[in-house]
Design a protein around this ligand. Structure first.
Ligand code: GTP
Length: 596
């Protein structure tokens, strides 16, 4: 298809504002999914994957649409929906010329939408504002059309009103995509260059790479070079998805499609990277490639130590499809053998953890998430600390921590509550904008470490679920941080060491010692539980010695009951960890590490 007949767009929407439903309706209206095969959330279903041996999510779908007798090809590119993946969102947007800003007409704009909108504007995309769900009785299209107009310019009337559910307004929307979103441009005679905006591992075909061609022409049965790594692969198949993969003879300027190269894992074809043809390579990669960098670290341990090899295998498998996940083995006196894993953010951590438990059936315990601290020792050595156990024991000259720029959208009634929370979390207010009379956009600079610790839950509960949050990394800043150790009978319990702000060290210490006192069973002797900074104890609890003989209870009772009890104890012993001569059931560690 010639570039002037192409339109590349994405849909920016908050969760539940109806992106999938609208996408389904478009597939149906453009006729690429037959009515009788249509079912809810077509693009989210993966059974085609089985049939065709290729992973299809809604990365990119090509739809024909005719305006004034001319047939166009519309490429709808999907964007991931969460802050942790903002780099992936950015690259998906960079593959488009336009974005549909889809807003629920009963809800209005949310922080997530706003962050993606700003990113779309930075990428010079044409934004088409659309209010969705106008069939809802609670819809207030007038109100939110004004909000949208004041945000992106233009008149409230320019804001299209649609219902993905009933289909109302959707064909007008397709017309506007053709009319308003510019056609892609590029140099057809230059060496071929394409940007990777998604890369998916498929167990049948290896890696499937989704690209947007900038210049030149990619043809089948050639060799491809990935520019940042210089790796070369045979191009086995090239094509477009509409809505199933169709091999094609080539992809030219502005086209969006997939490549199958036989690459074995997604780290060889990373999002944002440029591919070119090996025989006549481009001299310069496309701008904007950034290597994924883990921001949040956590120790992940199998609850049952014999699951360790299975955990390694599972992480290996997940990594095939996740260029941002890192892991290396580590061991802990309290938790045994596990892995130190690096993630893009908290959600990424939760997704991986859930997949390990659900798809691979491994029960896990994760240590409290930690960010990356830069610690300067007194003799001028700089250490990157991702695990409190790496924190130098001697004196440190300075420590810096990663910061974020957060955008919080809240009803005006909750400004006070949000401010209070952000202050507790060491935030500084950058400014406030009223989106409308009763909705405010607040900007805060906060330490990432304060966000990874249940910030989002707190924000939700303090605003009755109304506030939304988005954040971007914003450099490092020095801070007065200390390492707090927890000691059980005078021995450090590594899994509970934490790097915290000096002002919060005491709270952390009392909280942890209190929790452990409640969880560790009494023993034959008295056990102190202490929190300490270096050698200075800042909190202490004591577990009293055990008096009564457990078996006394069973005196005179029947013998089998007694034996059962003994056996049970023996079994329990196996799962006990001994720390500072204290037997601690594994469950105590699990419970203490599970936030409440
Ligand atoms: P995620 O996939 O979770 O990001 O959600 P989404 O934005 O794709 O939203 P989805 O299409 O799944 O729709 C969310 C909910 O809104 C579903 O219960 C839909 O049935 C409903 N919904 C979507 N569009 C409309 C609409 O136009 N009118 C009404 N009344 N409901 C809609």
């Amino acid at each position: 298809t010639p570039a002037d007949r192409l339109r590349n767009f994405c849909i920016i929407a908050h969760i539940d504002h109806g992106k999938s439903t609208l996408a389904d309706r478009m597939l149906q209206l453009t006729g690429i999914v037959e009515e009788r095969l249509m079912r809810a959330q077509y693009l989210d279903r993966m059974d085609i994957e089985r049939e065709r041996g290729i992973t299809i999510k809604s990365q990119a779908v090509r739809m024909p649409w005719t305006v004034d007798g001319n047939e166009y090809a519309l490429n709808m590119i999907d964007t991931p929906g969460h802050v942790d993946f903002s780099y992936e969102v950015n690259r998906s947007l960079a593959a488009c010329e336009g974005a549909i800003l889809l807003v629920d007409a009963a809800q209005g704009i949310e922080a997530q939408t706003l962050a993606n909108l700003y990113m779309a504007l930075e990428n010079d995309l044409t934004v088409v504002p659309v209010l969705n769900k106008i069939d809802l009785p609670a819809a207030q299209p007038e109100k939110f059309a004004e909000e949208l107009a004041s945000l992106i310019g233009g008149e409230p009337e320019d804001c299209l009103r649609v219902s993905g559910k009933t289909g109302e307004g959707v064909s007008d929307l397709l017309d506007r995509i053709v009319g308003e979103i510019p056609a892609p441009t590029g140099d057809a005679d230059a060496p071929a260059r394409a940007m990777i905006f998604d890369s998916v591992y498929d167990s049948y075909r290896g890696v499937v790479t989704y690209v947007r061609v900038k210049d030149g022409l990619f043809t089948p049965r050639t060799k491809l070079t990935t520019m940042s790594t210089g790796t070369t692969h045979e191009l086995q198949e090239i094509g477009v998805i509409s809505p199933e993969p169709k091999a094609s003879k080539g992809l030219g300027v502005g086209e969006v499609g997939y490549l199958i190269t036989g690459a074995k894992d997604v780290r060889q074809t990373r999002v944002g990277d440029t591919v070119t043809m090996t025989s006549s390579p481009a001299s310069q990669p496309l701008p904007g490639y950034v290597e994924p960098k883990p921001m949040v670290f956590s120790g992940i341990y199998p609850i049952d130590g014999s699951d360790f090899p299975a955990l390694r295998e599972a992480l290996d498998k997940l990594q095939l499809n996740d260029a941002a996940l890192t892991f290396e083995p580590e061991s802990s006196a309290a938790l045994g053998f596990g892995f130190r894993c690096g993630f893009l953010g908290l959600l990424h951590l939760e997704i991986i953890r859930e997949r390990l438990e659900r798809e691979f059936n491994i029960d896990l315990i994760a240590t409290a998430p930690s960010v990356v601290y830069e610690v300067m020792s007194e003799d001028g050595e700089l250490i990157e600390v991702t695990n409190p156990s790496e924190f130098p024991d001697g004196k440190v000259a300075s420590i810096s921590e990663p910061m974020v720029q957060a955008t919080i959208l809240t009803p005006a009634d909750y400004i006070g509550a949000v401010m209070e929370l952000c202050q507790q979390r060491r935030g500084t207010l950058g400014g406030m904008d009223y989106l409308s009379e009763d909705r405010v956009e607040m900007h805060y600079r906060l330490p990432l470490a304060e966000i990874v610790f249940d910030f989002f839950d707190q924000l939700k509960s303090k605003t009755r679920g109304y506030a939304s949050l988005d954040y971007d990394m914003d450099g490092d800043q020095t801070a007065d941080l200390v390492k707090v150790d927890i000691l059980l009978n005078h021995e450090k319990v590594d899994a509970f060491s934490a790097i915290v702000h000096r002002d919060k060290a005491y709270a952390y210490g009392t909280d942890m010692t209190g929790k452990l006192r409640g969880l560790i069973p009494r023993q034959q002797f008295e056990i102190p539980i202490q929190a300490a900074i270096g050698s200075r104890v800042i909190a202490r609890e004591t577990i009293k010695a055990l008096r009564k003989d457990m078996l006394a209870k069973c005196y005179g009772g029947d013998i089998s009951r007694k034996r059962k009890l003994l056996e049970k104890q023996k079994e329990g012993k196996k799962r006990m960890k001994s720390i500072g001569r204290v037997d601690v059931p594994q469950e105590a560690f699990v419970a203490a590490l599970t936030s409440d």
